[in-house]
Design a protein around this ligand. Structure first.
Ligand code: PBG
Length: 324
């Protein structure tokens, strides 16, 4: 007698059967681990709102890199936090600044490591905005020149990928042309194409000391209510030469990961941002959730939505869980 209904449970009957039909997996190679580097020496300071994430001085970064490499992580995202800040973020495009030094140091010790440079001005400006200000407004086209100079300086230091995150219009083409002219036509651009003006960056801004001193970022980052606009942003970036597209934040914007996956054929990157991390850590510290299972379910969710790569502060833990 044929059944009158479908028996979906047949394929869930044992762990081996479930393994057999699993559609998505998280691999260590999918993970990109963010690093925060500061000036000085002998500094390894935990970021209070991000337990397990630290500020490293260059000497202590060397120790950390050993752990990262041993864990099997093959790409890092570099954030330099300079002491000196000014109105036009000059440390961003100073070849001797902390970010450039950190990139050089990692590439010297670990030439195989993919070092991705976050290319923005907000950590470097005294006002904390992602571009230069004119009468309190972030001005687009003037900022582009500085961004291109920053990207070139990072590429000179050895960055393998340039990741512009400041959401100026035309930032991808400005950086592409800058890199090409400086002899870096081979360096790819991972664009923060769909980046929202989000409250989920709070802990990061503590970490990067990059909170705007006045106003907010809503005139350049996207309104969380908008989806179609994200497709326009992504289309511009692909046309201008983006080799990867980032969706940021990831958790509340998984539909955008799926939309980009369905509309573009470049690799899609989900940025599992700071508050997504901090919320999990806080709940886990209280014993309210099972940290490993929550994190793995979240990350496989990004893969299921269509992400190829995941930028996540959980990367070191995940690498351990995956190789246990
Ligand atoms: C720089 C930048 C930010 C983040 C990554 N690059 C902050 C912002 O745009 O305000 C946030 C990352 C995170 O929250 O983990 N513009």
């Amino acid at each position: 007698m044929t059944s009158k209904f479908d028996r979906h449970r047949r394929l869930r009957s044992s762990a081996a059967m479930r393994n057999l039909v699993r559609e998505n997996h998280v691999h260590i190679e999918d993970l990109i681990y963010p690093l925060f580097v500061v000036e000085g020496s002998n500094i390894k300071e935990e970021i209070p709102s991000m337990p397990g994430v630290y500020h490293f001085s260059l000497d202590m970064l060397a120790e950390e890199m050993k752990e990262i490499v041993a864990a099997g992580i093959q790409s890092v995202l570099m954030f330099g936090v300079p002491e000196f800040k000014d109105a036009c973020g000059s440390e961003a495009y100073n070849d001797q600044a902390i970010t450039q030094q950190a990139i050089r140091q990692i590439k010297e010790s670990y030439p195989e490591m993919i070092v991705i440079a976050d290319t923005c001005l907000c950590q470097y400006t005294d006002h904390g905005h992602c571009g230069v200000l004119h009468e309190g407004e972030v001005v687009n086209d003037e900022t582009l020149k500085l961004l291109a100079a920053t990207a070139v300086s990072q590429a000179k230091a050895g960055a393998d990928i340039i990741a512009p995150s400041n959401m100026m219009d035309g930032f991808v083409i400005a950086i592409r042309e800058g890199l090409d002219e400086a002899g870096f036509a081979h360096i790819p651009i991972m664009s923060y194409a769909v980046k929202y003006a989000s409250s989920f960056y709070g802990p990061f801004r503590d970490a990067a000391h990059s909170t705007p001193q006045s106003g907010d970022r809503k005139s350049y980052q996207m309104d969380p209510a908008n989806a179609r606009e994200g497709l326009l942003e992504a289309a511009s970036d692909v046309r201008e030469g983006a080799d990867f597209l980032i969706v940021k934040p990831a958790l509340a914007f998984m539909d955008m990961v799926l939309r980009l996956r369905e509309n573009f054929h470049v690799p899609i990157v989900a940025y599992n941002v700071s508050a997504e991390y901090s919320m999990v850590k806080a709940a886990a510290a209280n014993g309210w959730i099972d940290e490993e299972r929550i994190v793995m379910e979240t990350l496989v969710g990004f893969k299921r939505a269509g992400a190829d790569l995941i930028i996540t502060y959980h990367a070191k833990d995940v690498a351990k869980w995956l190789t246990r």
